[in-house]
Ligand binder design. Structure first.
Ligand code: PCA
Length: 188
């Protein structure tokens, strides 16, 4: 099994992005999974291209995407990607989309094929700070999530709060990866 694990570079003038730090802390394999890591640019136009290239290079069985969210205390498993780009602040290229449709002939929302309720129940049973979210926003994270699901990848997007301590986020994500591994055995 080969996993593509993505994170993002810093954006909005910040010097760090918690997901980039976590990406380097996470191992390159878990049990029988080989984990290929790619850091995506925070760019509406370039990020989907880099994602497509990574998918072509690694042919992953599963795509797990990490992004930083500005608020909240819990890690959020995103249920949907929405077919829209909108932002008041520009991306790292200065691009500011205004309620722009991603693909005109595609559904308003795409849903992860992974059993996220089951995953969250596993984790909250172990008292981990994880919850389901029904919106990944309309910024670059949502854009690449839409791309992955549009390409029929088995993908899941995981938002990590900016304020979460790095080692705690790493531990929770390692546990989550093991649980995803157990769950996806049934759908692969
Ligand atoms: N978070 C942003 C983009 C990059 C990142 O880490 C988002 O939630 O869209």
């Amino acid at each position: 099994m080969r996993i593509l694990l993505t994170a993002f570079e810093p954006f909005g003038g910040a010097e760090t992005n918690i997901t980039q730090s976590i990406l380097s802390l996470l191992p390159n394999s878990i049990a029988d999974w080989a984990i290929e890591k790619v850091c995506l640019p925070v760019s509406f136009k370039r990020a989907p291209i880099v994602l497509r290239e990574a998918i072509a290079t690694y042919s992953p069985d599963l795509v797990i995407m990490l992004g930083q969210c500005p608020a909240g205390e819990n890690i959020r498993l995103e249920r949907f990607a929405i077919n829209m780009m909108d932002s008041t602040k520009g991306d790292n290229d200065g691009y500011i989309p205004n309620e722009e449709t991603i693909y005109a002939d595609q559904p308003l929302a795409l849903q992860t094929p992974l059993p996220i309720k089951e995953l969250v129940n596993f984790c909250t049973g172990n008292v981990l700070p994880i919850q389901i979210s029904n919106s990944a926003g309309l910024y670059v994270c949502n854009r690449v999530y839409y791309e992955a699901l549009y390409l029929h990848q088995r993908a899941i997007f995981v938002h990590v709060p900016k304020s979460m301590e790095g080692m705690i986020a790493k531990k929770v994500l390692e546990f989550l990866l093991l649980k995803i591994r157990t769950c996806v055995k049934y759908i692969l």
